[in-house]
Design a protein. Structure first.
Lengths: 296, 437
């Protein structure tokens, strides 16, 4: 029966809708952008082929190297803050107590808000004259409430807002995964006399391994292309202190109308993003992963 | 209520979110289908502006009554307009008549043959050309030909101040640069921010550089930059002006947290209105912003203004001004109704009714001989002040970020913000911009 079904299944045809969509909206634009990166184009006239000119200009643009560094910095900050907190909250929320269910329902609220709304709300809160910043600032060593205008702090503020926004999502992943850990692991551990802390580190965390990897890939790939929050919170400022690479691409493309040059930056971003996710998949052995459930 | 195009907050966000969708559903105007270069119709694009749109709309209705071709107004929020227009002009969905800023912004479209040359029409009708203030009309002149007609009031940059705050401190508004420095020190001692500066947005800082450069080195410094002359970004007057900007920031003229203050959300204006700040350098549209956000400030009479301080040893003219001479209507060369479009520009935008409407709305139209009409304005003194400022000015330099091409403007604003923060020296600014040229 299954043999027959396999023969009858028109493989390519079945995959065609997905392939066409991916080709049209995934690969197609990448190819066009790659072409545009060899042209000079202001969006009005026909693109003019300029060969390697845009690419040769990249190393001389201080904002490219700087932007890439900040992008990577922001990515690490996001991963370092979101992962441990999400595991802790997720494991806590996985418990069956009613109070935990209520607390996590409230905690999921940021998930319902759009990124732009979140960024604008935080921007208003952090306004140094009319927001909460002048009231909070003195407790944090910033008497003038200059959170977003201070080059050495602004990036951390952004990471905090991103954390606030995305923590619930990753917490949800961990909560679901933690609930799937068989009870008898914990029962056995208790009989052996393991403390709650030992149980957490020796059972919960190892059992969440696959989820950690999945959530990490999401965090890293997302924050490499992260854009709206930074645009709305600091607009890349003060100066260029938080001008991450995607933002620099946007400014060059849509303020400067240098679409060709912006395309070259876009190609760099695609390359960096792809490399990073491939690396993670390789290092963690994500592709060879199997279920760790009992009996699987 | 700003007529400048700045890539700023909400609009940029909106653009980022809907960038894929805009070309599909751009027309938000009322009424029937309105594809650009539209058949049988005249698509007019302008900025969304509560006080000016009704006047333009009225003009369009008047035009429609007498013309076979019916015009339709579509408005966009300030922020995304420049980007929207740039994308649309490269496509078949372009407007027939479009709002623009003249200068480098318009030149871009002219260079790709997308704008109708209005000079022949002006030669046929010399009165048309003579009806506008020459210094304003000239901004729409590219390579000796006219490509646009002013459709809004003049918007020079002036120094606004809070009268109450000055009275409390017992000092007079500054007339010279030395006065300004003294005033800054006085206010600092009293824990008042001397000058409200929306440093989160580079264009507000640019206003300081524009005036300081003009006062120090005269109009020629920027003319050379606009003409793309070699070394023009390293002119000694420009470098001196840049270090003065930096000195002002270091002196505390803008307070300690200016780099996180925003203009678009009204913070900078509210600082002035609430008396937390004493002065603010801004375009005349600030009146609209304050009327909108802090009406009690305007009514109280504490909303005051003066021209930018003079500089004793500067080479520039003491009463020269910078800012936005006006906004312009231009015609897309792909339009199928060129004659109707020209008719709209020549007859509607210069009509008495249109000009009166602008004056009533507090604008100062770029039209000759209107000084006795200001009594109908809501703020006649301010209209008169603006008119005299512009008529007495030996030169009216266009805002630099509008006058140069978009890529240069972007680099200039970025580098300038770094100068204000002290991350970049004036010399490094000059070198970076010289490379860009």
């Amino acid at each position: 029966m299954s043999q027959a079904a396999r023969v009858e299944r028109p493989g390519i045809l079945w995959a065609a809708p997905a392939l066409v969509f991916f080709g049209l909206f995934g690969l197609g634009p990448v190819v066009v952008v790659a072409y545009l990166s060899f042209t000079q184009w202001n969006g009005l006239e026909t693109p003019v082929w300029v060969g390697m000119e845009n690419w040769q200009a990249l190393p001389g643009d201080p904002n490219v190297g700087h932007g890439l560094l900040i992008s990577l910095g922001l990515t690490s900050l996001c991963w370092l803050t979101q992962t441990p907190l999400a595991i802790m909250f997720g494991a806590w929320a996985a418990g069956k107590q009613r109070i935990r269910a209520v607390a996590s329902a409230i905690f999921f609220l940021p998930l319902l808000l759009s990124t732009a709304a979140i960024a604008l709300i935080w921007r208003a809160l952090l306004d140094p004259n009319f927001g909460l910043a002048p009231d909070i600032g003195p407790f944090m060593g910033l008497p003038n409430g200059n959170f977003l205008g201070n080059g050495s702090i602004a990036l951390y503020v952004i990471a905090f807002v991103i954390l606030w926004q995305f923590l619930p999502f990753h917490m949800l992943l961990y909560q679901a995964a933690a609930r799937d850990i068989p009870r008898n692991f914990y029962e056995a551990a208790e009989i052996d006399g393991a403390s709650r802390l030992q149980q957490f580190f020796s059972i919960t965390v190892p059992q969440l391994r696959n989820t950690i990897i999945a959530s990490s890939i999401l965090i890293i790939v997302n924050s490499m292309t992260f854009f709206e929050t930074v645009l709305l919170l600091t607009n890349g400022g003060p100066g260029t202190a938080t001008r991450i690479l995607p933002l620099h691409m946007y400014f060059r493309g849509f303020s400067g109308f240098e679409m060709g040059y912006a395309s070259a930056i876009a190609v760099v971003l695609v390359a960096v993003g792809t490399t990073l996710s491939l690396l993670i998949v390789r290092i963690t052995g994500y592709s060879k992963m199997t279920s760790q459930r009992e009996g699987a | 209520m700003r007529y400048m195009s700045r890539p700023h907050l909400i609009g940029s966000a909106a653009l980022a979110l809907v960038v894929g969708a805009t070309s599909a559903c751009g027309t938000s105007g009322p009424g029937e289908e309105s594809g650009g270069g539209s058949e049988g119709g005249l698509e007019v694009w302008a900025l969304e502006d509560a006080t000016v749109n009704p006047i333009v709309q009225q003009g369009i209705e008047q035009f429609n009554e007498s013309s076979d071709v019916s015009a339709e107004l579509t408005t966009y929020v300030n922020d995304a307009y420049k980007q929207k227009l740039q994308v649309a002009m490269g496509s078949p969905n372009a407007p027939d008549v479009f709002f623009n800023w003249g200068g480098g912004n318009l030149a871009q479209y002219v260079n790709s043959d997308q704008v109708v040359n209005l000079s022949p029409y002006m030669e046929d009708d010399p009165e048309l050309r003579e009806s506008f203030l020459p210094s304003v009309l000239d901004v729409a002149e590219i390579d000796g030909e006219y490509y646009g007609v002013p459709m809004l009031g003049v918007q020079p940059i002036v120094l606004f101040y809070n009268k109450q705050v000055f009275e409390d401190a017992g000092i007079e508004p500054p007339e010279t640069y030395a006065d300004l420095l003294d005033a800054i020190d006085t206010f600092k001692e009293q824990d008042i921010i001397p000058v409200s500066l929306a440093g989160a947005q580079g264009w507000t800082e640019l206003m300081w550089l524009e005036y300081l450069t003009d006062r120090l080195g005269g109009k020629g410094v920027f003319d050379a930059i606009a003409a793309g002359e070699e070394g023009s970004w390293q002119d000694p007057a420009l470098l001196e002006a840049l270090s003065m900007c930096r000195d002002l920031a270091e002196r505390g003229a803008f307070g300690s947290n200016f780099s996180s203050i925003d203009y678009d959300n009204g913070s900078a204006s509210s600082l002035l209105a609430s008396g937390k700040a004493a002065m603010m350098l801004m375009g005349t549209w600030e009146l609209g912003t304050q009327t909108d956000r802090n009406p009690e400030f305007v009514e109280s009479g504490n909303f005051a203004y003066t021209d930018f301080p003079t500089m004793e040893d500067g080479e520039g003219e003491p009463n020269a001004i910078v800012g936005n001479p006006s906004n312009y209507f231009s015609i897309n060369s792909d339009t199928e109704n060129e004659e109707a479009a020209v008719d709209f520009l020549t007859n509607t935008v210069t009509s008495d009714q249109y000009v009166e409407g602008l004056i009533e709305a507090g604008q100062v139209p770029a039209v000759e001989g209107i000084e006795d009409q200001f009594s109908s304005s809501d703020t006649p003194e301010f209209s008169e002040f603006t008119y005299n400022l512009v008529s007495d000015a030996p030169s009216f330099t266009q805002s630099w970020d509008q006058a140069v091409d978009p890529a240069t403007a972007e680099a200039m604003l970025t580098n300038l913000q770094q100068v204000f923060l002290g991350d970049t020296t004036p010399e490094e600014f000059g070198e970076a911009m010289e490379q860009q040229r």
